[in-house]
Design a protein around this ligand. Structure first.
Ligand code: SF4
Length: 422
């Protein structure tokens, strides 16, 4: 099966409407030198904050090298760096980069995988910015984390910035100040999805809160409800809503917090009666999935199993047969009897690789339009070759560093997550 990148290269000539943006087939460096932006693709309509790190130009030799030359150079650099290097590749990364990864997984699996390589001084994280930050928080002081393209951010993570969350927290604390605490619980526990800045992980660490992944969100919410009367969940409204709904929290007790409005656009009574306050954030990739796509898949493939990632909107998760994290989806496919048919609602690079790894099944992405995560797509083998060859020369480029005080508080929130048990 051809990679998403090579499919995009051919589509631009024959069928541009089959991808969400034909510019995806160009080198990401074309978009890295201007104002902060998410680049072509699923996040293109989201506005990148001005604080988004800028990549800047990389030398022409990396932009102009052929795929074969980049492969040779990357493999040579990896060989020279040996055990001092570990390359991590997220599930949503393009095949041409995953090919060089020592570990492939979700953000938290990868940060932990890096810890198993004690001799690795350099952790090259082929993912997005918040993932590299998490790896830096969890890594040893001797390890340095490198993000090959600094412009590889995450539009969802950017939807909750530190000052908006601080402001929300102050308003909630004022609102709940007079509430009885006879039950011994806090008025509200902040819970953040892994997909956020280290500053927000530190925020929840400082305020008695916790981090969750899409694999353990229900366990984490239970942990939070044992300690608080309600939860402030950010940045992904869909993961929060889908998880809390499955736990029996009524939708009317899950108001949405819009950071641009007073009290998040809610009245005080609604917030006082709430169980989960959902931040107005979402993933541009998973927002593309619809119930109509599921209906079409069912009509065309009787017996199809629909698997949806919980970052998808609630109607999609409700219409799916199962919802779960990337890890869940992988295991569901691996454990299915041969000849199964899967329609999957998650990022297309991962779905494509699952289809290639499991020829015994029929596996397809529910979104008929090829639209990879545009920020993950900013990592191109040219950037990987650039940072690796610099390491060979003893130069660390694109180092991601989380300040010690932020890292300490973020680690508290991550450790609470690890200690939380169902
Ligand atoms: S798939 Fe969505 S949540 Fe994941 S990095 Fe891309 S934009 Fe962010």
């Amino acid at each position: 099966m051809s990679s998403i990148n090579s499919t995009l290269q051919s589509l631009k000539l024959v069928s541009p409407e089959a991808s969400c943006n034909t510019d995806l087939s160009k080198g990401p460096w074309l978009f890295d030198t201007g104002a902060p932006a998410y680049g072509p693709g699923s996040s293109q309509e989201d506005v990148a904050p001005v604080s988004t790190p800028r990549q800047g130009d990389i030398p022409a030799e990396y932009r102009e090298a052929s795929d074969a030359e980049l492969t040779t150079r990357i493999l040579a650099a990896k060989k020279t760096l040996g055990e001092s290097l570990v390359v991590l590749g997220h599930h949503y990364q393009r095949d041409e980069v995953v090919a060089f990864a020592d570990f492939v997984g979700d953000s938290f699996q990868l940060a932990n995988a890096a810890l198993t390589r004690e001799k690795a001084k350099y952790i090259v994280f082929c993912g997005v910015h918040f993932m590299a930050e998490t790896a830096d928080v969890l890594s040893t002081p001797e390890q340095q984390v490198i993000l090959p393209n600094l412009a590889a951010g995450c539009s969802m993570a950017d939807m909750a910035d530190e000052s908006s969350v601080e402001e929300c927290w102050e308003q909630l604390m004022d609102l709940y100040a007079d509430e009885s605490d006879a039950d011994g619980k806090a008025a509200v526990i902040p819970v953040t999805y892994m997909n956020c800045s280290a500053a927000l992980k530190a925020f929840v660490g400082k305020h008695g809160g916790i981090v969750c992944t899409s694999s353990n969100a229900a366990t984490v919410l239970e942990w939070a409800f044992e300690r608080g009367r309600r939860v402030l969940f950010f940045p992904d409204q869909h993961l929060g809503r889908n998880t809390a709904k499955a736990m029996g929290v009524p939708l009317e007790k899950m108001p949405m917090w819009n950071p641009r409005k007073a009290l998040g656009g809610n009245d005080a009574a609604t917030l006082l009666d709430s169980k989960v306050i959902l931040w107005h954030g979402f993933c541009s990739v998973h927002k593309r999935f619809t119930v109509a796509q599921i209906e079409k898949a069912r009509a065309e493939h009787p017996g199809v199993r629909i698997l949806a990632h919980p970052e998808c909107p609630m109607p999609v998760v409700d219409a799916a047969d199962e919802a779960g994290s990337t890890d869940y989806i992988q295991k569901a496919v691996a454990n299915a009897p041969a000849g199964s048919v899967f329609g999957i609602a998650t990022e297309i690079n991962m779905v494509n690789r699952l289809a290639a790894a499991h020829p015994e099944h029929t596996i397809f992405c529910l979104d008929p339009v090829i639209c990879p995560c545009s920020t993950m797509y900013r990592i191109h083998p040219g950037y990987l070759a650039w940072v690796l060859e610099a390491l060979v020369d003893g130069v660390v480029l694109n180092k991601i560093t989380v300040a010690d005080d932020v890292a300490a508080d973020a680690k508290v929130a991550l450790e609470r997550m690890l200690a939380a048990r169902p």
